[in-house]
Design a binder for this molecule. Sequence first.
Ligand code: DLZ
Ligand code: SF4
Length: 511
Amino acid sequence: MKTRRLALILGDQLSFNLSSLQALDPQQDAVLLAEVLAEAEYVPHHPQKIALIFSAMRHFAEALRERGWRVHYVKLDDADNRGSLGAELQHWTNTLQASEVHITECGEWRVDDALQQVAVPITWHVDTRFVCARDEFVRWADGRKQLRMEFFYREMRRKTGLLLNADGTPVGGAWNFDAENRKALPKQIKAPMTARFPADAITQEVLALVGERFSHHYGSLEAFDYPVTQVEAEGLWQHFLESVLPAFGDYQDAMAIGEPFLFHARISAALNIGLLDVRQLCADVEAAYWRGQVPLNAAEGFIRQLIGWREYVRGIYWMHMPEYATRNAFGNTRPLPAFYWTGQTRMKCMSQAIGQTLEHAYAHHIQRLMVTGNFALLAGIEPTQVCDWYLAVYMDAFDWVELPNTLGMVMHADGGYLGSKPYCASGQYIKRMSNYCGSCAYKVTESVGEQACPFNALYWHFLMRHRQQLSGNHRLGMIYRGLEKMTEAKQQGLWARGEQLLARLDAGEML
Ligand code: DLZ
Ligand code: SF4
């Protein structure tokens, strides 16, 4: 039978309610999914990330078949695999003599651009899995000189009705309870067990394939235990809701040696590839709050990440790509240190954050922002190299979410467009939020000298070298006043130690 219409479903579009699927008819139309080398290799993705995407794609294809769809599935090791999404789309459109091609808008500008080059007419569908459509965000941003997440978030709260009183005011009398989310982990508190999902036959086959083909990428496959179907992802989510969420609000910024997950949900990868639905997650968290199972700071903080920050960065991404990716407000040129790929550094915080990243393709928000990200910011690493690293090593990293977070929030390379101040911090912050410093080779209480924590001098060096750009920022005013009050000798000492550390990085030395 001749195919009337063909839907191409990408590796991060594994949702049964996907808009392109809804436009088609399982009785007559067909679906295409393709594992291709171009997508697996354009950055050296962590093997667990490739395994997750391939396994979830294969499970999704099976589930579609069970629902009566005609599915054409291209495996990476098929003899005639054409290597790229564009080439597969062209081939299958011709072979099936498809009269129309339907695609839900891509998550990545690069993929969107590549598919636009294919000589087939494409009907694009809005990605309704997001609360805020791309054009709706542009309308919201239009005419605003500076965008702020907080105002966008309030719009989204009003739009969804989440955590609102009957009169439209926010529950608890405030929109945002961020100040209550900053507790360090007390010694006696243990992180709950994480939910693990053993590999079935499909996942085992994928793990073997990925192990064989991508062993040259950094990161290990061994600990792969991630949900690969909607049902499993729902299991991970329910585990979080019941056992973890109540403490999430208090300890979401905390870090501890040997504790890669703490009170984090670990659902971001499942959510970003479409196995979970953002509206459902928010509804569940709100219901848990109304039932009295979770405190307001935990519920609000969680919902803010989903309908606030997550949608906000996506809006910014699509409004400013591809130009956004080239921004480099500090003019950084330093290459990414080799230890980002190996974790071999004497800085305990960095070796812990990078080590668990290699083991699990996961680190939580504060590890990414205030440890590996903070170091890259202070050390003046070239932003695109930092972005490519984050995109490669994290299981949940897709360009629309990773790029604004890394380039804008971590590196402040957009000059403060996305966030109002750079998230620069000395070792003191890491000491407060973790137990890393106690067993570090460096002394967090010292800023100069061989034993001194590198974050300390690099922090002041960063502030000194960008004084012109940053001293007018009112959120850094107090810090710059502190700097002015230091003696000339102290400033010179910090500068010299900073220069020494940067020279070591330039010489390829391990810190
Ligand atoms: C990240 C990724 C990988 C590793 N492999 C594939 C693939 O084989 N096929 C596919 O359709 N998508 C893959 N992806 C996701 C895309 O690279 C891209 O990041 C998303 O589709 C966002 O547009
Ligand atoms: Fe990190 Fe400095 Fe603490 Fe060591 S002393 S763990 S380098 S913050």
